[in-house]
Design a protein around this ligand. Structure first.
Ligand code: C2E
Ligand code: MG
Ligand code: MG
Length: 510
């Protein structure tokens, strides 16, 4: 919101005005053009142009009525260029101007303004499920709700697709916080759109301007607070604090570092053995990525996968992992370290599943390395396989058609419903560590895990338990018919060279 460029719909109007001013009175605005202003504005303009064309021979441009027409058009032009066309509230340009005025007034001795930045955080999902027209309607309703909850003298502006800002002139923290809480409550209530109840709750960032704060800094701080509010576990109003900008800077440094890391092979794959519980034989490994950071040392995936997912870098990262994991398997096969039944497991994130090139990439990786598709197991999380739309089904089925095996990871942390599980085209279900931890500690946990195993088997799928740390847990699971296991008992994730040493037959429990 730094540049004061006209809105796209105003550019047609500006061009037309220029042509009129140059004496071309035949200029007209057509309603359908991409840069056309709203129909009512176009109509006023065209009427004015007609007047000009009709009377041009008799009067010159300085007549009173002509000047009035031009002044009205000029005023309308200004209004359009400062208004968000969808919601009819102020746009970013108007907001920036008002912020500057308020900061000037405050520097001259008035009370400081406060700024609330609002993000409708679930809007994207709602928009996806109810459609774009309904999405537009939601934004209009939301704008009306906000307007109804603030004073006449406060300004509401739309500053992004699903972001609004409210400028409170001459405010203070107590009042601003009260307004923020009220807006958060009002927006948390359901909206009726297309006969459906939707919820589009907002995260609110709050900043009260310091004396001599610049307009841009003021807005940046409110937005940083809003972003922090979005990820807060409780409540959703956040007051700006300096640490937030520092955290943002760190995050942006990390994004560019991670992008560099992917392209320059700073990532490394660790492999964790998966064993056949009945025999202790290592049947495969799971590839787990780490980041060998030049200053921070070995960074674990939980510290960078969420960031990669948020920024879209996950697609590139996922391709790196897939290529390197399949290449590693091929090298082990060629060296005779593993037999033809040995599997490589690779985790993929939901945004990778949404990427249309995924199937192509898997096919290429298998073709180039000569690894058979049946030796590759893709791990998906339960919510991914269940929640997502057609595209993901398309990717899931595409992977199945390639002959790749599919596994549900972290089972037991999501929906875990029998009817869902039955419908999923997967071969193996990996039971989450949280269900295994208490095995051998709490007696009722055994009955629960037995029921989960029964459910998996009744769906015709195999079971793998993760997070096995004790021989007792392994024995109980083996006795209950769980086919495979993974966990520190059998081996921690390790670099490729160290895994090779583990690949002999081993008995871990008696
Ligand atoms: P996950 O796929 O569920 O991987 C299992 C995690 O549990 C691994 O953590 C592993 O080190 C840990 N673990 C294994 N056995 C035990 C055990 O006996 N006890 C305990 N306490 N932990 C155990 P890690 O490597 O830190 O990975 C964490 C998560 O990061 C993975 O969970 C996966 O969701 C994600 N991840 C790792 N690599 C990739 C990748 O290449 N792509 C994607 N998209 N995600 C990845
Ligand atoms: Mg996994
Ligand atoms: Mg897991």
């Amino acid at each position: 919101m730094t540049a004061s460029r006209p809105e796209p719909h105003a550019s047609g109007l500006i061009e037309a005005m220029k042509r009129i001013a140059a004496g071309d009175f035949s200029t007209r605005l057509s309603a359908g053009a991409h840069d056309a202003p709203p129909a009512d504005v176009a109509e006023v303009f065209n009427r004015m142009a007609e007047n000009l064309q009709g009377t041009n021979h008799e009067r010159d441009l300085s007549t009173t009525s002509l000047a009035a027409d031009l002044a009205a058009a000029q005023k309308e032009l200004e209004r359009v260029s400062l208004t968000d066309p969808l919601t009819q509230v102020a746009n970013s340009i108007a907001l920036a101007e008002l912020i500057r005025n308020e900061l000037d007034a405050s520097a001259a001795g008035g009370r400081p303004p406060a700024l609330l930045a609002l993000d409708l955080h679930s809007f994207r999902e709602v928009n996806g499920s109810v459609g774009h027209c309904a999405g537009d309607e939601i934004l209009q309703v939301v704008a009306r709700r906000i307007r109804g909850a603030i004073r006449e003298t406060d300004t509401l502006a739309r500053i992004g697709g699903n972001e609004f800002a409210v400028l409170l002139p001459q405010s203070n923290l107590t009042r601003a916080r009260r307004v923020a809480n009220r807006l958060s409550k009002v927006l948390g209530e359901t909206l009726l759109v297309n006969d459906a109840d939707v919820r589009c709750a907002a995260s609110v960032g709050l900043r009260v301007a310091d004396s001599d704060e610049l307009a841009e800094t003021f807005l940046r701080k409110a937005v940083a607070a809003m972003e922090a509010a979005r990820i807060m576990p409780t409540g959703n109003v956040k007051v700006f604090e300096p640490a937030l900008l520092h955290a943002k800077q760190l995050q942006s440094d990390m994004i560019s570092d991670l992008s560099y890391a992917i392209r320059n092979d700073q990532l490394v794959l660790y492999f964790q053995p998966v064993v056949e519980l009945a025999t202790g034989r290592i049947e495969g490994v799971e590839a787990l990525v780490r980041w060998q950071h030049p200053e921070r040392g070995l960074v674990m995936p939980d510290n960078f996968i969420p960031l990669a997912e948020e920024t879209g870098l996950i697609v590139e990262l996922g391709m790196w992992v897939l290529t390197h994991a399949v290449t590693q398997l091929s090298e082990w096969q060629v060296a005779g370290v593993v037999d033809s039944t040995f599997n490589m497991r690779v985790n993929i994130s939901s945004s990778e599943l949404r990427n249309l090139e995924l199937i192509e990439h898997v096919r290429d990786a298998l073709r180039i390395t000569g690894v058979k598709s049946a030796n590759l197991i893709i791990e998906l999380t339960e919510s991914m396989a269940i929640n997502e739309g057609h595209l993901d089904q398309y990717s899931v089925m595409g992977l199945r058609r390639l002959g790749v095996q599919l596994e549900i990871d972290d089972f037991g942390t999501g929906y875990s419903s029998i009817s869902y599980l039955r419908k999923l085209p997967v071969n193996v279900v990996k039971i989450d560590r949280s269900l295994i931890t208490d095995l051998g500690v709490e007696s009722k946990q055994e009955g629960f895990v037995a029921a989960v195993l029964q459910l998996i088997h009744s769906c015709g799928m195999k079971a793998l338990a993760e997070g096995i740390e004790t021989p007792e847990q392994a024995q109980i699971l083996a006795r209950m018919g769980c086919e495979s296991g993974q966990g520190y008992l059998f081996g921690r994730p390790a670099a490729a060279a160290d895994v090779v040493a583990m690949l002999g037959p081993a008995v871990f429990y008696g």
